[in-house]
Design a protein around this ligand. Sequence first.
Ligand code: NAI
Ligand code: MG
Length: 503
Amino acid sequence: MAIPVAPRQLFIDGEWKQPVLKKRIPIVNPTTEEKIGDIPAATSEDVELAVAAARRALTRNKGSDWSTASGLVRARYLRAIADKIKDRKSELAKLEAMDCGKPLEEAAWDIDDVAGCFEYYADLAEGLDAKQKAPVSLPMDTFKSYVLHEPVGVVGLITPWNYPMLMATWKVAPALAAGCAAILKPSELASVTCLELADICMEVGLPPGVLNILTGLGPEAGAPLASHPHVDKIAFTGSSATGSKIMTAAAQLLKPVSLELGGKSPIIVFEDVDLDKAAEWTIFGCFWTNGQICSATSRLIVHESIAAEFLNRIVKWIENIKISDPLEEGCRLGPVVSRGQYEKILKFIETAKREGATILTGGSRPEHLKKGFFVQPTVITDVTTSMQIWREEVFGPVLAVKTFSNEEEAIELANDTHYGLGAAVISNDLGRCERVTKAFQAGIVWINCSQPCFTQAPWGGKKRSGFGRELGEWGLNNYLNVKQVTQYISDEPWGWYRKPSKL
Ligand code: NAI
Ligand code: MG
């Protein structure tokens, strides 16, 4: 059953604040196409207020402010946030499912991961205290050197709609653990749970300004954040096109950015596999979250000797997937996030047909669903490497298939993309899997699976899929600067004038 969406404002300096221009953006439930509420739309004036609040949070009470508080203190807040998230899990999962269309069960996994991610970075915040002043060994005993890990400062976090609360958490949790003050700008297509996070921050008494949440449109709320002179860093997840705009804006001020962008990830299936197990991973890898995953393995590269039978199994599996309202039990595929995405995906399919590809299954909306932004899981064959469906990210439930005859050809097809986020290989020959793993041009490789993601392991891409790593200790390092400290410890005068040969 659907639940009401609480009316919320912007979260600035620890309080709800109306957007200066009082603008609001409707929330449309992608299952019913009905308006279920609205979110505030921030503009540059609100960004100014949030940046000022974040700066104050870093310097408010000199000596005991957020950035210089011990990791232990920050960890307590992160754990309190995790506890509240666990308490509200079922409500948050429902809101997520209603806002972005993902099946309730998957939304519930997301919320578990959100809580787990806050807890994980609470541990790392504590660990940071012990890492401070780590000595650097030097070749001269007249000096000693050590390293301080300091927060980057005020960070702008711009996130997408496919895992609304989780993508926000991948940035918010490490940023806060590091001692940064943050301004989060979630996607205008799915902001509801991020505003609930604001509510939770208030409940746990997070010091004002440490986290500010500005909902709103990309050009109106995201762009002023990216170009703001008092925002020290931008971390972004979303499309490559927007990533490029953000990097251009940040470049004017030499502001560091980390970018987690799109993908067109391959999955290679060799001839020695268990066909059913491989089919399940192939389907999960492409159709989970409706294919709206940056790392979706949306290009299947299958050995020619098993291709026909393998595709038969895939089609059979797909026929058994329940496509429905995400709140219905057993739902595996809900609607895509918005009308815009729905139309974009159908256009991709039309272009594939026009370019000469064959729709093996799917290709339109499911007949039994008259309303909602539903797209059938679609498998496309007779694909050439010059077709749009092979080259561009669909961000929907569409799998493009090519066959290969030998390992070298499979690797060449896999790397035939500007992107480099994920890549998967399925084979019983682990030696072969290792060779292929090394050859893949990607930041994440899955062997005999596709998509599993753990908070402890690094996540990010290469090529046009971006740079920088989230999660694990790499995620924390995104929000830390290293300061080298070198001290002269000899009683002797340095004597540069007297002993130039020493240099
Ligand atoms: P987007 O990349 O435009 O949006 C992501 C975030 O960036 C949102 O919060 C948005 O408001 C913000 N944004 C947009 N323009 C901005 C600007 N000029 N300056 C600062 N922030 C800005 O993605 P969108 O429009 O939601 O979806 C379009 C396509 O992007 C999708 O069809 C899909 O192909 C891709 N996409 C990829 C994602 C990924 O994780 N790789 C996630 C979301 C979308
Ligand atoms: Mg929505």
